[in-house]
Design a protein around this ligand. Structure first.
Ligand SMILES: *Cc1c(COP(=O)(O)O)cnc(C)c1O
Length: 396
């Protein structure tokens, strides 16, 4: 089945009693036993719930894994995976990862539970230099955030597996519609379902998907033990969001291409980061691994933070807000918003400068999106060209 069909078929769990087309919402904390020692398969919702099980089933199918666990947030997914490693394990992580991931890993590092190296994974041949006898895991986020560098997951995985590392890929930015990490050797995929998978900015959620049943069972056990599994209503909302994943992702990308092209030609913009652009540094890897480029774009503004703030204050359709992946367009400033928690040093090493703006492209009409950006960017150019025009007036 194609992914669009799976996204609809697998999210529909018909009840045996009434034949509902919509998946029933089993909003209950516990379940009656049929007899002593004989449950219906469900006893307590932290451990399992039929609505959440439907979501887990579709997530496993979309990624092509054996088992998925739906957890309360993307950070829950990451925390649960990290809990798998014995104390003192060493983790190698993409240096320009999500700010919350960096914060959590730094917490483990300073508290001494895990050792962590933040590494530029752009050159896979460098990976071996960081692997020690304690290294247990390679944590990949691709494309990186906010510079959208795509790394060669296939080459990295091959090296990591020579050293028996567990390869985890945070696939939030692309969604299974655009990238299938298991095809390129990943062992574990995590998602913040808050983003594209739910797609409607009304849920925070996460998922862990395992390629093997053994890992799936291990993470299901950990999620239950840690209490990170997600709520029933949130599961139901994500199920509903996933039904339209295909049409949404296609429209997000069509709009993103148009915006990226537009920004590339604008004189207020210094550099555009979008893996779908031929000019992007990792475009060649992106075309090799990805089925689509997603809907997030970052760009450098000429004139620095003062001009950045003008743009952020001026857009009307692009809402000034963190996060991404919803049907509505958003604009944000990584240095002071999404990546503030990373800390100055790590942020500087990852090249996340103050003049960068990140936008998440929604599915509004492209003409309205471009008009909104045109107005905001024109404020920058007018202030730059003001002295020129006034000078021209004086001369004439
Ligand atoms: C948002 C995000 C997370 C964290 O997810 P939450 O649902 O906010 O906890 C993790 N990784 C990436 C790449 C994200 O964008």
């Amino acid at each position: 089945m194609h992914i669009e069909t799976t996204a609809i078929q697998a999210t529909t769990h018909t009840d045996s009693e009434y034949g509902s087309i919509g998946t029933p919402l089993y909003q209950t904390s516990n379940f009656r036993f049929r007899a002593p020692g004989e449950s219906t398969g469900y006893d307590y919702t932290r451990s399992g719930n039929p609505t959440r099980a439907t979501l887990e089933n579709v997530l496993a199918q979309l990624e092509g894994g054996e088992r998925a666990i739906a957890v309360s947030t993307g950070m829950s997914a990451i925390s649960t995976v990290l809990a798998h490693f014995p104390a003192g394990s060493h983790i190698i992580c993409t240096h320009d990862c999500y700010g919350g991931t960096a914060r959590l890993l730094n917490h483990h590092k300073t508290s001494g539970t895990l050792d962590v190296s933040f590494v530029d994974l752009g050159d896979p041949s460098q990976l071996e230099n960081y692997i020690t006898s304690k290294t247990r895991c390679l944590w990949i986020e691709t494309p990186s955030n906010p510079l959208l560098a795509v790394v060669d997951v296939s080459a990295l995985t091959e090296i990591a597996h020579r050293y028996n590392l567990l390869v985890c890929v945070d696939n939030t930015f692309l969604s299974p519609f655009n990238f299938k990490p298991f095809k390129f050797g990943a062992d574990i995929v995590v998602h913040s379902t808050t983003k594209w998978l739910n797609g409607h900015s009304d849920v925070v959620g996460g998922a862990i998907i395992a390629k093997t049943k053994e890992h799936g069972d291990r993470f299901a056990w950990l999620a239950n033990a840690l209490g990170t599994t997600t709520g029933v209503f949130d599961s139901w909302l994500v199920l509903r969001g996933i039904k339209t994943l295909g049409v949404r992702m296609r429209q997000h990308e069509t709009n993103a291409h148009a915006v990226a092209q537009y920004l590339s030609k604008h004189h207020a913009v210094n550099e555009v980061f979008y893996p779908g652009l031929v000019s992007h540094a990792t475009h060649h890897i992106a075309t090799k691994l990805l089925e689509g480029f997603g809907g997030v774009i970052s760009f450098r503004v000429n004139g620095g933070i003062k001009e950045v703030n003008k743009i952020l204050a001026a857009t009307k359709i692009f809402a000034l807000a963190e996060s991404l992946g919803g049907v509505e367009s958003l604009i944000e400033h990584p240095a002071t918003m999404s990546h503030a928690s990373m800390g100055d040093e790590l942020r500087a090493n990852a090249g996340i400068t103050d003049d960068i703006i990140r936008i998440s492209i929604g599915i509004e009409h492209i003409d309205d999106l471009l008009a909104d950006l045109e107005y905001a960017l024109s404020l920058v150019s007018r202030s730059h060209s003001y002295s020129h025009s006034s000078l021209a007036e004086v001369i004439s």
